[in-house]
Design a binder for this molecule. Structure first.
Ligand code: HEC
Length: 120
C-alpha cells in the first residue's frame, strides 16, 4: 500500500512539474528575447587547473593573491558577481580587460568561473 501511495505521489509531482514547465516556458521566452541565458555547468572545481590558468593569464592585472592592481580585487568576487557574469567578463573582457574567448578553452573558462564564483 505504502509503495503505491508513494508512486502516486511521484506521478503527481511529475505531472505538476511538467505542467509548470510548459506553462512557464512561453513567458520566459518573451522575457529573454535578445540573448540566450548562459548556463555554467556546476562542475567541481579543478583548483590546480584554475590557478595555473589564472597565473598565466590574469595575474598581471588581478595580482598573485587576487588582490588586484590594474584590474579589480577578485578575492570576494563570488559574493557580489554571479558566476554567469564572471564567465561573460572572461569571454568578452571590456573596460581594459581583454576577452579570452578563443584564447582559453571552454573548459578552462568554465572552471575559472566556478573557481572565482566560490571566492566569497
Ligand atoms: C590587461 C589586464 C587584465 C587581464 C589580463 C585580466 N583582467 Fe580581469 N579585469 C581587468 C579590468 C581593468 C577589469 C575591470 C573591468 C570593468 O570595470 O568593467 C577586470 C574585471 C574582471 C572581472 C569582473 C570584476 C568585477 O568586480 O566585476 C573578473 C571576474 C575578471 N576581470 C577576471 C579575470 C580573469 C579570470 C582573467 C584571466 C583569464 C582576467 N580577468 C584577466 C583587467 C584585466
Amino acid at each position: 500500500m505504502y509503495k503505491w501511495a508513494l508512486f502516486i505521489l511521484f506521478c503527481l509531482a511529475c505531472t505538476l512539474s511538467v505542467g509548470l514547465l510548459l506553462f512557464n516556458l512561453p513567458a520566459k521566452q518573451t522575457a529573454v528575447a535578445e540573448e540566450p541565458a548562459i548556463v555554467i555547468p556546476d562542475k567541481s572545481v579543478d583548483t590546480k587547473a584554475a590557478e595555473s590558468v589564472y597565473k598565466s593569464n590574469c595575474v598581471s592585472c588581478h595580482g598573485d593573491q587576487l588582490q588586484g592592481s590594474l584590474g579589480p580585487n577578485l578575492t570576494t568576487i563570488g559574493g557580489s558577481v554571479s558566476k554567469e557574469k564572471i564567465y561573460k567578463q572572461i569571454i568578452k573582457g571590456g573596460n581594459g580587460m581583454p576577452g579570452f574567448e578563443g584564447k582559453l578553452t571552454e573548459d578552462e573558462i568554465v572552471n575559472l568561473s566556478n573557481w572565482l564564483a566560490a571566492k566569497k
